[in-house]
Every structure is written in C-alpha cells, then in structure tokens.
Design a protein around this ligand. Structure first.
Ligand SMILES: [Mg+2]
Length: 120
C-alpha cells in the first residue's frame, strides 16, 4: 500500500488515477493541479509516490520533479504523459524520475508501475 500524490492539470485524469489506485488498495495522499502546488504538497504530505503530468501551467512536471528531488533525493516520482512528449520523459528519467507511464494508460500498466516502484 502506498500514499500517492496525484499531479495533473486535468481533473478527469486524476479521477481515473484515483479510481484505479484506490481500487488496488492504495491511498491518495492529495492531488495537485500544477507543478507549484505539487512541490508544496510534496513537502507537506511526504507521499510514498508521486504521479506527475508533464504539461501543466505555472511550473511544468519536469521542473517540479527537479525541485522535489532537490528537497528529497529519495522521492519516488513516476512521470505520466503522452508519447508526443517522449523527449521530456527521457529528460525526466535522466533527472531522477523512477518510471514513466504513457497516456492513455491502462489500469494494468498503472498498477504494475506503482507496485514496481514501491519495491525499489
Ligand atoms: Mg497536462
């Protein structure tokens, strides 16, 4: 079981993530709509895992990832974006993201990725 922070500017994506994760026994620690909120909420909530969108207003997912890792080098962040952002996904993994999920994702892929990251 993990406490997960969901980060996406689209509410419906977070609703899907919430339903899938709660359905597989995980807990939603909180949700953020942009990178700025994500950084603040990470510091406040100390979630086990973050699922991070890339394209968001104010502070994007890559910048938020870097800020969170500056604060907590052991942070477990999974990037979640469309394949059209493949290059940014690569940059994110280089910067320290543990995994990535391509949108649109399947329930199985999301659950498998969370469980994989939890074991690391
Ligand atoms: Mg977005």
């Amino acid at each position: 079981m993990a406490r997960v922070l969901l980060v996406d500017d689209l509410a419906f994506i977070k609703r899907i993530e919430k339903r899938v994760l709660e359905g597989s026994g995980h807990e939603i620690a909180g949700d953020a709509k942009d990178g700025l909120e994500a950084i603040a909420m990470y510091k406040q909530l100390k979630p086990d895992i973050v699922i991070m969108d890339i394209t968001m207003p104010h502070v994007n997912g890559l910048e938020a990832l870097k800020k969170i890792l500056d604060f907590d080098p052991k942070a477990k962040v999974i990037m979640c974006s469309a394949i059209s952002h493949e290059k940014v996904l690569y940059q994110a993994v280089k910067a320290g993201a543990m995994e990535y999920i391509i949108k649109p994702f399947t329930t199985e892929r999301l659950v498998a990725t969370i469980n994989e990251v939890l074991q690391n």
